[in-house]
Design a protein around this ligand. Structure first.
Ligand code: G3P
Length: 217
């Protein structure tokens, strides 16, 4: 399972990269806004900066909602770096744009996916990744993890190459459950990645080992 970090914050990306476990980055317009970056040129430069930190894929989202606008923006984004994956929303023109990008060898991440039907359309259009938002499904008291299992099963049934990229991860348990379900990728906030580290028995065990090591002196 690949680990992406879901942030546009350069310090957090560097911290995750330093762990040696990072396979890529996903961003969205809200995450870019959170960093206070304004103006298209500065935003494009920010994507380039992110690409310089990580080896893997970097998802950058279009904000146009019509086919022509999405194609224009997506082509500009794809020119920034070979690492860029164009993130496109799951709407009618989005599906058309993903089909267009697939034919023109531009990789895509279909975002805002909340149902198996949407994920089937994304795969048929040739999306590289599909992003089901599990946390936001949990937020309305449905089961986000059930959708991940469903997509893994459907894509396996038909050998779709589209990768299931579990998004809207809120905690370390989401990551573990995604691994059990066979998600190809999880994109997580740094706090959820770091949360995987923690176990009280590790802390207790280490304290005991260090105390015993003092007896060597
Ligand atoms: O990048 C999309 C997704 O991960 C958003 O997560 O926490 O805003 O639902 P969240």
């Amino acid at each position: 399972m690949k680990f992406f970090i879901d942030t546009a914050n350069l310090a957090e990306i560097r911290e995750a990269e330093a762990l040696g476990i990072l396979d890529g980055v996903t961003t969205n317009p809200s995450l870019i806004a959170k960093e206070g970056i304004k103006g298209l040129n500065n935003i494009f430069q920010h994507y380039v900066d992110i690409c310089s930190i990580v080896e893997g894929d970097v998802s950058a989202e279009v904000v146009a909602t019509d086919f022509d606008g999405m194609v224009r923006e997506g082509e500009q984004l794809a020119e920034l770096s070979e690492k860029i994956v164009v993130k496109v929303p799951m709407i009618k023109d989005g599906v058309k744009a993903i089909s267009y990008f697939t034919k023109h060898n531009i990789r895509t991440n279909c975002t805002l996916v909340f149902s198996a039907g949407q994920a089937i359309l994304a795969a048929k259009a040739g999306a590289t990744y599909v992003s089901p938002f599990i946390g936001r499904i949990d937020d309305i008291s449905w089961d986000g993890m059930e959708l991940i299992s469903q997509l893994v099963e459907i894509y396996t049934n038909y050998d779709f190459e589209t990768q299931v990229l579990a998004a809207s991860i809120r905690n370390p348990l989401h990551i573990v459950k995604c691994a059990e379900a066979g998600a190809d990728v999880v994109t997580c906030p740094l706090s959820s990645i770091m949360g995987l580290l923690n176990h009280p028995l590790t802390d207790v065990g280490l304290a005991k080992f260090l105390a015993d090591a003092k007896k060597w002196l």
